[in-house]
Unconditional design. Structure first.
Length: 503
């Protein structure tokens, strides 16, 4: 595996928050930038840690990474000693927040940098915690693991299927702990509900269903290239992705809906419910086959990921069905608060269907219940968990078996999401009657498609003007490195990285 160019300790002490040299289209070349003089560090070097302290650097601070910072900093014997972001405004703001403290937590000093590579060869950092955009997760995780760091990686852990396996391999090669940020696995209510399913409480399982009915409004039209915020080092933000101009009004967050950098809601919110749906089935490998129907419907904007989708995964004894809806329950709701549809009382969550009834698992991961075939609640489980604490416990024990969400599970759940999107990408426009025929032999898939069709009708979506896409059926090799009989799809399981961001 090709390793990144890692600055020396001396270079780190001279490094500033590199994002401060923010770029406008096109940005400066990173390799060249490393050869020029840089400003002094924003903080002094980290003092030697006391015995037993776990020292963490968090990468990506705008959103979820701030949860990482707070989640780790409050744990005893754990110190967040450095933060990294390619946006200098975010970096400066988060550094100030760390120093200021809050009502229930004392302030603390952190070093800041705009380049993770300044952190990798340091022996006073034990953990790299990653919460950057999806397209950089695998690169950063592999770099950190190969540098001897333990890694906590946000979901999805990869941007394409093959990259997830690279992280699994890097963790084995380095002997370091690597966890996936699918925190539902640490919640006691979810654990109890899954154990109920696995122990036969539902009887024979008929279907495991994930739901992501989450409001997703238009991100604005593609009106041509726009200026990247001056505080962002756009070259580093792109990382391994081939250069592309910013074609939407907002760089941050809306990258989720561009399939060159994101994975749609299937790989955003949806991966949490995908992970639980897999877990309920005891699914420890790739799906045998994948099918999809969906589209980006109800508006035309700069996004290219489906905002409405049903993806069906052949998992052997029972299927996994995943449903994405970004539009509200009806057209009238589009002018209001975007109230979402609900299925079995859930808008985001999981439903496991069995011969004895259903198990529902909430999106809050704080409760789950068992409803019998007569519609009566027979059992309920309550309780959350601390995913960050579980990771720290595993690192201290140096034992991957302690993890509730080991990297291999994150890889597989990410792969399911990628395969659902891949089926969509390779599909073609189809009429409702054509979809009825294509899915006629699958009663469970047909039922989900028909509800989706009714949902689109309620939103006054004209499927003759903007037809849905009937995804290409994919037969997946058990190893996950090929789509049987489909070289085009197989090639899309991989990605060529832009230099110098190979891994």
């Amino acid at each position: 595996m090709k390793k990144p160019v890692i600055p020396s300790r001396r270079e780190f002490l001279a490094a500033s928050a590199a994002g401060a040299a923010g770029a406008i289209l096109p940005t400066r070349n990173l390799s060249a930038a490393q050869d020029v003089a840089v400003k002094p560090a924003s903080k002094p070097a980290v003092a030697p840690a006391s015995s037993g302290d776990l020292r963490i650097a968090v990468v990506g601070l705008r959103g979820r990474g701030w949860n990482h910072t707070m989640g780790f900093a409050r744990l005893p014997g754990v110190r967040v000693v450095a933060i990294c972001d390619v946006d200098s405004e975010v970096l400066s703001r988060r550094s100030a927040q760390c120093a200021a403290g809050g009502e229930n937590w004392p302030g603390f000093e952190v070093e800041t940098t705009g380049d993770i590579r300044t952190l990798l060869n340091r022996d006073d950092i034990d953990v790299i915690s990653i919460a950057t955009p999806n397209h950089t997760h695998s690169m950063l995780a592999c770099w950190a693991l190969d540098a001897g760091k333990h890694v906590y990686c946000e979901k999805p852990v990869s941007h394409v299927v093959e990259e997830g396996q690279r992280i699994v391999d890097a963790a084995k090669r380095s002997g370091r702990i690597c966890a996936s940020g699918t925190q539902g696995r640490s919640a006691s209510s979810v654990q109890s509900a899954i154990e109920f399913v696995h122990s036969g409480g539902l009887g024979k399982v008929h279907c495991s269903r994930g739901l992501c009915y989450k409001p997703r409004r238009s991100i604005g039209a593609n009106n041509g290239p726009r200026f990247v915020p001056a505080t962002v080092d756009y070259d580093r933000w792109l990382g391994p992705v081939a250069y592309q101009p910013l074609d939407r009004r907002q760089l941050h967050y809306d990258w989720h809906w561009n399939l060159k950098t994101g994975n749609g809601d299937l790989g955003n919110q949806g991966i949490h419910q995908m992970d639980i749906a897999r877990w309920a089935l005891g699914q420890g490998g790739m799906p045998k086959a994948v099918a999809s129907v969906g589209g980006r419907l109800g508006y035309k904007d700069a996004g290219d990921s489906p905002n409405t989708q049903v993806a069906v995964f052949d998992c052997g004894e029972a299927p996994l069905v995943f449903e994405v809806r970004g539009l509200p329950k009806d057209k009238a709701s589009q002018s209001g608060k975007w109230e979402m549809d609900r299925y079995e009382g859930q808008s985001i969550g999981n439903i496991v269907h069995g011969e004895n009834g259903i198990v529902r698992i909430s999106n809050s991961y704080s409760w789950a219940d068992f409803i019998d075939r007569d519609g009566k609640k027979q059992q309920e489980w309550k309780g959350g968990g601390d995913h960050f604490a579980n990771f720290v416990e595993a690192v201290r024990a140096n034992d991957e078996r302690v993890l509730t969400a080991p990297i291999v599970e994150g890889h597989l759940s990410s792969a399911f999401c990628h395969l659902g999107i891949l089926s969509h990408q390779l599909g073609s426009a189809a009429s409702p009657s054509e979809i009825d025929v294509a899915w006629a032999d699958d009663e469970i898939a047909t039922e989900a498609w028909r509800r989706m069709h009714s949902h689109l009708q309620a939103n006054a979506v004209d499927l003759s003007a903007t037809p849905v896409v009937l995804g290409r059926p994919l037969r997946v090799r058990a190893s996950g490195d090929a789509i049987v009989g489909d070289p085009e799809a197989t090639a899309m399981l991989f990605r060529t990285c832009r230099e110098p961001y190979s891994f």
